[in-house]
Design a protein around this ligand. Structure first.
Ligand SMILES: Nc1ncnc2c1ncn2[C@@H]1O[C@H](COP(=O)(O)OP(=O)(O)OP(=O)(O)O)[C@@H](O)[C@H]1O
Length: 321
């Protein structure tokens, strides 16, 4: 297929895909007790999120992310503009059945266990007992709390609390899930698992809108992002497009001899390119940490390996202009 044709097809797909979230000139001013303007938290935000997307709202502290999520949920009223979910105004309560929400801090009943917590929320959605029982079992397994299902939430660690919070957000099998800082307070393993769960929700066709200031997490799971700063939209687009450095070519190869690497240098010079880098790649700290923990679980009691072990020396990276 030619580039033009594939671009047209992509365009047609986009046009026909269902818009789940839409904001039009959405603005929020917080006022004090006397109605005087205190903070302009959000300024004329225009966004569209399509069905099946993982969409990230990014920005430093105080940039308006949580305000946007609360406006979408209908927990706050806009000062100007509107927020539409499934084509209806966010103040329309009928949308709640199709919606799941993980707040930054989950306030759950400390004396209930995981099963009782989910049963309580299942009842709020009028789910029949048999459906509830099956859904609770599925969710507890999905969020990895099977062994702690009978423990009271007051005994849960931060990571476990985040997991039960996510299970609670998913109890009604929602089409749209809003996640406020889903990886906050999680260790690297919990973070990886939370990201995998988000990707699993996407694979099931759900739409996810998440906000975070942890850039690596957003980069790993989001299809598109919006960057907010002081309540204003500063950037909007596909993560891969925004991060592509158009004028640099990167090449990864395995098993090249020194001679061959020299030939590559010569070719680049002959074509008036500039060799920026040719070296062995490094793994990420996340990958390294997860590998060490998995190895330790597989072989308990084994001592740490000595610095400089060779297992990551797999190839070379050449980056050229
Ligand atoms: N209830 C409130 N009353 C007054 N000002 C508020 C209120 N809630 C938020 N704000 C202000 O609105 C602005 C945006 O806050 P918001 O919580 O939406 O930011 P955020 O991007 O989610 O920040 P963080 O990353 O710290 O959670 C901030 O200046 C904040 O102080």
């Amino acid at each position: 297929m030619s580039e033009a044709t594939s671009a047209e097809t992509a365009g047609a797909e986009t046009a026909s895909s269902e818009i789940v979230v839409q904001t039009r000139a959405l603005s929020k001013v917080y006022r004090d007790f006397w109605g005087r303007q205190k903070v302009r938290a959000l300024k004329s935000l225009d966004l569209e999120v399509r069905k099946g997307e993982v969409f990230g709202l990014l920005g430093p502290n105080g940039s308006g992310k949580t305000t946007t999520i609360k406006l979408l949920l209908g927990l706050l009223f806009p000062t100007e503009g509107e927020a539409l979910l499934f084509g209806k105004d966010s103040s329309d309560v009928s949308k709640n059945e199709r919606l799941g929400y993980l707040p930054e801090e989950s306030y759950l009943y400390r004396f209930l266990n995981a099963e009782e917590t989910l049963d309580f929320y299942g009842r709020l959605f009028d789910m029949p007992a048999d459906v509830r029982e099956q859904r609770i079992d599925e969710l507890i397994k999905m969020v990895g709390l099977d062994r702690a299902r009978k423990r009271q939430l007051q005994e849960y660690s931060k990571g476990m609390t985040r997991r039960i919070g996510l299970a609670q957000a998913l109890i009604n099998n929602p089409e749209l899930i809003l996640l406020d800082e889903p990886t906050s307070g999680l260790d690297p393993i919990g973070t990886r698992e939370m990201k995998d769960m988000i990707l699993r929700l996407k694979a099931e066709g759900k739409t996810v809108v998440m906000c975070s200031h942890l850039l690596a997490d957003v980069q790993d799971v989001c299809d598109r992002i919006a960057i907010l700063h002081q309540g204003e939209l500063k950037e909007l687009g596909r993560v891969d497009t925004l991060l592509t450095v158009a004028d640099v070519t990167q090449l990864r190869a395995k098993g090249l001899t020194g001679e061959c690497q020299q030939e590559l240098r010569d070719v680049i010079a002959r074509h008036h390119g500039e060799l920026l880098e040719m070296n062995n790649p490094t793994t990420t700290l996340e990958d390294l940490f997860l590998k060490i923990v998995r190895d330790s679980e597989a072989r308990p009691g084994r001592r740490a390996s000595i610095e400089g072990a060779d297992d990551n020396k797999t190839g070379g990276v050449a980056t050229a202009d």
